[in-house]
Design a protein around this ligand. Structure first.
Ligand code: UDP
Length: 239
């Protein structure tokens, strides 16, 4: 009798900053490379859902500093995440990978609306599902949405792909040569020490629901595939 193993299902969070390659707009070379690294993991049976940030276009808090109403700025930020989602969808489809974008703000010509059961169905069929427009609500972040979506569609792990850093460190490794990387870390220490995992509301939601988070570096060839298939790279944040 053969044991039926449940396929691994993960939520990959990609920051908008990575998509921009450090500038405003989309660095197609970066997005193409990430797409190329997602496909082999799907081919190995991993179910991949993705939340993309929008910091390469707009952040509501920054627009507020420039005099724009916070909520309106946040909606601008959410729309930026949709552009990133479409760019990633395109590169995935170019690789022959079936993909669906589901947005938290309804825009019928562009994407499906967010329907959790349908998202699960897509994943079971081997489609990559990209969640755009964040939570559809101002004052939220795509980090929080990553935890929420992972919980709602029953992901085993949230994978936080970071730019310029390959895990969680005792201090900012770009400023402090003595900074050490954690292999594992608990939620409370990450929160209390304000370590660079994700924003505090997202992290406390993860802690409340015991959602495992792996923080890893997007740079370095093959890292995205490694994280998706479950290699122990970067830092695991859990209880
Ligand atoms: N945003 C929002 N609600 C959400 C998700 C995002 O208002 O549920 C807005 C917010 O203004 C945020 C911007 O969209 O600054 C871009 O998202 P985020 O900053 O999380 O992207 P990242 O930093 O990962 O690139």
């Amino acid at each position: 009798e053969e044991a039926t193993t449940k396929p691994r299902r993960v939520l990959l969070k990609l920051s908008g900053e990575a998509f921009g390659g450090g500038a405003v707009g989309i660095d197609t070379q970066v997005v193409r490379r990430i797409a190329e690294e997602i496909v082999p993991a799907v081919q190995r049976g991993v179910q991949v859902a993705i939340v993309v940030g929008g910091g390469n276009f707009f952040r509501g808090a920054e627009l507020q500093q420039a005099g724009i109403d916070r909520s309106r700025g946040d909606y601008m930020g959410m729309l930026g995440t949709v552009m990133n989602s479409l760019a990633l969808q395109d590169f995935l489809e170019q690789e022959g990978q079936a993909t669906r974008v589901q947005t938290a703000i309804v825009m019928g010509q562009v994407a499906e609306p967010y329907i959790p059961l349908k998202a699960i169905r897509h994943l079971e069929k081997g489609r990559v599902v990209i969640f755009g427009a964040g939570a559809g609500m101002p004052y939220f972040s795509t980090d929080t949405v990553s935890i929420q979506r992972a919980l709602e569609i029953h992901c085993d792990e949230v994978l936080m792909g970071k730019n310029g850093v390959d895990g969680v460190y005792t201090a900012d490794p770009r400023k402090d040569a003595g900074a050490k990387r954690f292999d594992t870390l608990d939620y409370s220490r990450a929160l209390v020490d304000n370590l660079a995992v994700m924003d505090a509301s997202a992290l406390s939601m993860a802690r409340d629901n015991a959602t495992p988070i792996r923080v890893f570096g997007l740079e370095g060839e093959g890292n995205v595939t490694r994280a998706l298939v479950g290699e122990r790279i970067g830092t695991l944040v859990s209880n």
